[in-house]
Design a protein around this ligand. Structure first.
Ligand SMILES: O=C(O)CCC(=O)C(=O)O
Length: 289
């Protein structure tokens, strides 16, 4: 199953070197990612690469995994989410591994998997503010998502980021509860509850952009991010492809003092098994690019 998409549509995943990608000031982009926790790479995908991402997302939407969910099921607009590790070949073909090596200055790059979001059928609500590191047990600077929207998005509907928040504290996750975006995921946790950023937006340095097909946002998984609600008539398909590099180690701090540690990503329990705080991840459990 893991290779189904690769076999069906993408071939073996031939690598795209940095020299074949649109040129960029990579040191400047790397500095922005390090200081802000996020960088928007304008036109990072060639039209051919973008078409491949679109085909991959459409394939995934047509072949949901057993973990696919519809958030806020009582609401008329669809807010669909799914995750998997079915697009390593795509990553190589469109050059995301080359981009990350350029941003980090080192290899190797490992693929953690993809998460898909589909919002359609009316005004779908904002994605609650959160840090992805609340749902993972990983620490390090080389821990990022490449977030790609297949649909042109005005800034008001783009994912938003709190500048520099990847250097701040780790919060409890959002439970994605309909009544309260900050409702904690872990019920018995020492992690502080998420701040209500929406209630006090002026107190935060919030970044977002007008996006066109081909743009890629790279963000550190500790960066507070949220937003990207839709208005009627706007269909928004996005994919977040997640990666780690060699400086990432196991985060042994408990997420919940009593309950399960993995939040909504039980698939990672096997990756964490037997590790102590600060241990590197055994490469056998990771997808090398
Ligand atoms: O696209 C979205 O609405 C959410 C994206 C997100 O939270 C993520 O990629 O971690």
């Amino acid at each position: 199953m893991a290779d189904e998409f690769e076999l069906a549509t993408a071939g073996p995943g031939e690598r795209t070197p940095l020299s074949a990608l649109p040129p960029r000031d990579w040191p400047a982009a790397a500095a922005e990612l390090e200081s802000d926790g996020v960088v928007m790479l304008k036109g990072a995908l060639t039209p051919d690469a973008f078409a491949k991402v679109e085909a991959a997302v459409e394939w995934s939407l047509a072949h949901p995994t057993p973990t696919a969910v519809r958030f806020y099921p009582g609401e008329p607009a669809t807010f669909f989410e799914d995750r998997g590790r079915r697009h390593a070949a795509l990553v190589r073909e469109i050059g995301l591994d080359s981009i990350l090596s350029a941003l980090w200055g080192v290899g190797p790059v490992w693929y953690l998997g993809e998460q898909l979001f589909l919002k359609e059928g009316g005004a779908a609500r904002r994605t609650p503010w959160h840090q992805d590191t609340s749902y993972l047990r990983m620490i390090g600077s080389q821990l990022v998502a490449c977030w790609i929207s297949l649909d042109a998005l005005p800034k008001a509907h783009c994912l938003e980021f709190v500048r520099g928040s990847h250097r701040g504290e780790l919060h409890n996750g959002s439970a994605f509860a309909a009544h309260d975006d900050t409702a904690p995921l872990y019920r018995h946790s020492r992690l502080p509850r998420l701040p209500d950023i929406e209630a006090d937006r002026d107190a935060y340095d919030i970044l977002s952009w007008d996006l066109e097909p081909g743009d890629v946002i790279v963000f550190h998984l500790g960066t507070l991010h949220g937003g990207a609600g839709t208005s009627p008539g706007l269909r928004r398909r996005t994919i977040s492809l997640r990666f780690l590099g060699p400086d990432v180690v196991f985060d042994g701090r408990p997420r919940d003092e009593i309950g399960a540690q993995e939040g909504n990503d039980a698939a990672l329990a096997g990756v964490y098994a037997g590790l102590s705080h600060g241990d590197p991840f055994p490469t056998a459990h990771l997808t090398a690019l």
